[in-house]
Design a protein around this ligand. Structure first.
Ligand code: AR6
Length: 191
């Protein structure tokens, strides 16, 4: 485990690592980027709108054939004009304050990672799912995201050799980056 510069934070988990970075996910050249989608897999606004704009219209055409996506589940498409080869679309919960919010958000990270592993991908980048238009408080969402990614990597790497080596969280603002770093430091102090 090592702490890097101000806009980068790294946490090693057996053979893989979690990397926190400030940035724009549409610029990421990881094997897959994750989209914070809606149940209909239509472009929408926020990070999803940005991903669809950068990928080009073919992405929405492929999405339209997938029959939607339930909250907490994940579906994969090609990345078209994006630097990433694939887009994994997952639908976060609209924040309601109920305990089910946490379970759905955990499922988003877990199901996206499962899909990436099944496809044999080595690297994946996530945005901060549900914390924009869907209103999930960033402090809580950051803790859930970091713990879900860590639990997934620890479990899969201890039972088999996973293809996944790098899991990035791409945070759009300084304050989001600080919240995710805080959550990662808390986890680091516990393990
Ligand atoms: N790169 C990285 N993160 C970004 C970028 C970017 N280019 N653009 C925005 N973010 P949101 P949600 C951050 O609202 O809350 C859509 O309309 C943003 O600052 O995109 O899951 C869908 O169709 C925030 O921290 O996703 C759904 O209807 C984070 O991405 C709904 O919004 C997530 O914000 C999903 O809402």
């Amino acid at each position: 485990m090592s702490v890097m510069s101000v806009n980068n934070f790294e946490l090693n988990v057996l053979n893989s690592k979690i990397l926190l970075q400030k940035g724009d996910i549409t610029k990421e050249a990881t094997d897959a980027i994750v989209n914070a989608a809606n149940n209909y897999l239509t472009p929408g606004g926020g990070v999803s709108g940005a991903i669809h704009r950068a990928a080009g219209p073919e992405l929405a055409k492929e999405c339209a054939k997938l029959g939607g996506c339930k909250t907490g589940e994940a579906k994969i498409t090609l990345g078209y004009n994006l630097p990433a080869k694939y887009v994994i679309h997952t639908v976060g919960p609209v924040y309601s304050g109920k305990p089910s919010d946490k379970a759905y958000l955990e499922q988003c990270y877990k199901n996206s990672l499962l899909l990436a592993d099944k496809k044999g991908l080595e690297s994946i980048s996530f945005p901060s799912i549900s914390t924009g238009i869907f209103g999930y408080p960033v402090k809580e969402a950051a803790k859930i995201a970091i713990n879900a990614i860590y639990d997934f990597l620890k479990t899969i790497n201890s039972s088999q050799q996973s293809s996944l080596k790098i899991v990035k969280m791409i945070l759009f603002s300084d304050s989001d980056f600080e919240e995710y770093k805080h959550a990662a430091l808390q986890l680091k102090n516990k393990i």
